[in-house]
Ligand binder design. Structure first.
Ligand SMILES: Cc1cc2nc3c(=O)[nH]c(=O)nc-3n(C[C@H](O)[C@H](O)[C@H](O)COP(=O)(O)O)c2cc1C
Length: 363
């Protein structure tokens, strides 16, 4: 663990989790980190027409309002996903709504898309549009929206010009009814209209990739439909996946585990990797996948790549490991490449997918 993490983590962990998150954002805003050295060329990854300097991204939900994307890029992430942003500002659910399960290295959140709203986030992204680096935006619908599909379509049109890619997030467990949009008929209509909006503005905004982020709790029959629809509608990739509403049997922090919301972090890894592998075998290489859920080390990052991820994202692992986790993952991945004499991480993508799908379902 680096010097900064050793200093910051005890302070952050002494605070209420949401106050700690706010302080972490403030620290990134006002105490600029030293830039990390450029990445080794062997860590580069190409996906959705974009060149990623390394495959380690920060997942949606940390920088919901695009306050610190450039500080995060400087910290060594290969890409940053800001959001979820909703069209109109909304407060989200009442506090407390964020819980740390220290014994399990896990987090439960029921934030419910607290967002500064599209206008504020758009202003921030437009102000850094020429700064370089891959910054995607994750979009969602307002809780009280009369037309949720229209919310997504409108956000694609507004953000395509200032974001490296756009993620359609229909997998948050904390907006009632949102995950129903993963069902076939709604999803097909949503993706058709989202891709149509993207095409209409492509002449001015460029060919902004559109990704679909799904829940790890999707039944396999619904996953069949989701991947088939994503393929027909020509989305550029999928993110697998969001937090889980399930509670793995082995959780130790019993009291906190009873809180409603989405679980993330270490206990999510087996389910997230299973769903990733299931998605990989269905996508058949038509589009690349981003793996999220439970990455906390070089080993878990490599496991995710081997399960089918071309790129990975982390969030909860940072809560327990600090920003030093980014360098630790990159160093570990590079040493695997050197050990095996391989030129690129793409050699490992999905090599374990078939065997993972043959295993017993994770408990
Ligand atoms: C506090 C918190 C807030 C989150 N907010 C969002 C969000 O706004 N949009 C989204 O798509 N995912 C959100 N996520 C889910 C993460 O992006 C990620 O998919 C999930 O946490 C699994 O990764 P992890 O185990 O590395 O945390 C959030 C996760 C956490 C812990």
């Amino acid at each position: 663990m680096g010097f900064l993490d050793r200093l910051a983590l005890p302070v952050l962990h002494a605070l209420d989790p949401e106050d700690a998150h706010r302080l972490a954002i403030r620290m990134l805003q006002f105490a600029p980190l030293p830039s990390t050295p450029p990445d080794d060329r062997r860590l580069a990854m190409r996906a959705f027409g974009l060149n990623f300097p390394n495959p380690v991204g920060i997942a949606a939900g940390f920088d919901k309002n695009a306050e610190v994307p450039d500080a995060l890029l400087r910290a060594g992430f290969g890409f940053v996903e800001v959001g979820t942003v909703t069209p109109l500002p909304q407060p989200g659910n009442p506090r407390p709504r964020l819980f740390r399960l220290d014994a399990d290295q896990a987090v439960i959140n029921r934030l419910g898309f607290n967002s500064d709203g599209a206008a504020a986030v758009l202003r921030r992204l437009a102000a850094r549009a020429n700064a370089g680096g891959i910054v995607g935006i994750n979009v969602g619908a307002n809780k009280d929206s009369p037309d949720r599909v229209a919310d997504y379509v409108g956000l694609i049109a507004r953000f395509a010009a200032v974001a490296s890619y756009v993620t359609v997030n229909i997998s948050s467990p904390n907006t009632p009814g949102l995950r129903d949009m993963q069902h076939a008929a709604v999803l097909d209509d949503l993706l058709a209209r989202v891709i149509d909006a993207r095409e209409r503005i492509a002449t001015t905004a460029g060919p902004t990739p559109v990704l679909l982020k799904i829940a790890p709790d999707l039944p396999l029959g619904d996953l069949d439909d989701a991947v088939a629809i994503a393929r027909t509608r020509r989305v550029d990739g999928m993110i697998v996946g969001n937090t889980t509403v399930s509670r793995p049997a082995r959780l130790r922090d019993g009291a906190q585990a009873k809180e409603a919301g989405g679980l993330s972090g270490r206990p999510l890894l087996p389910l997230a990797n299973r769903m990733l592998a299931e998605t990989y075998v269905r996508a058949e290489g038509i589009f690349p996948l981003v793996g999220a859920g439970g990455v906390e080390s070089g080993e878990s990052a490599l496991a995710k790549i081997r399960a089918g991820a071309s790129l990975i994202q982390v969030y909860s692992g940072l809560v327990f490991g600090g920003l030093g986790l980014v360098a630790a993952i990159k160093t570990a991945l590079l040493s695997v490449l050197i050990r095996d004499g391989r030129p690129s991480l793409s050699d490992y993508v999905g090599v374990d997918a078939a065997s993972i799908t043959a295993q017993a379902w994770p408990a």
